[in-house]
Design a protein around this ligand. Structure first.
Ligand code: FES
Length: 165
């Protein structure tokens, strides 16, 4: 009899622990403004750490931070053609998709290839801690081809021209 009573108590205690863990996890997801992984707000850098030239990769956001005409933009790495990851080519100074050869300038604007538009962007905000937060839960559609806001032609050899001419 005592053993049954003990086991019942243990089951009840286990249930309480599981319910507590579930509630804690749910609260963690719902807490506003807290950094999360991809799909939520990703904490990045202070704005002044984003250089005037080049790019900063933010792996947790699956994206890049760039400064274009003084303004910081967060670009999605996902190609607007068929979704391949688009790396930045240091030698050309352009984003070059290795899958089918679409090129984007450093601002993420379309230059050439089969993609229908420029690179998509994520909204950003400055948190109370002074850091950039990238909202990877929503996407701003990349600009239509035609017109570049920066005058940065390729600075050197392409990283993909051997496979895509
Ligand atoms: S997926 Fe990038 S060019 Fe096709």
């Amino acid at each position: 009899m005592q053993r049954r009573h003990f086991l019942t108590r243990m089951w009840q205690a286990g249930g309480v622990l599981i319910a507590g863990a579930a509630a804690w996890t749910s609260l963690d997801f719902l807490r506003p403004g807290e950094p999360t992984g991809f799909g939520g707000k990703v904490r990045a850098l202070p704005p002044e750490a984003v250089p005037e030239t080049g790019i900063v990769e933010v792996p947790a956001a699956r994206g890049y931070l760039v400064r274009i005409n003084g303004e910081v933009r967060a670009l999605s790495q996902k190609c607007t053609h068929l979704g391949c990851r688009v790396p930045f080519c240091e030698s050309s100074g352009q984003f070059e998709c290795p899958c089918h050869g679409t090129n984007f300038n450093r601002a993420g604007e379309y230059r050439a290839g089969p993609a229908p538009r420029g690179m998509d962007q994520f909204p950003t905000e400055i948190g109370d801690d002074g850091l950039i937060y990238i909202d990877t839960g929503s996407t701003i559609e990349g600009p239509a081809p035609g017109g570049e806001s920066i005058d940065e032609p390729p600075t050197g050899p392409s990283c993909t021209e051997e496979t895509h001419g």
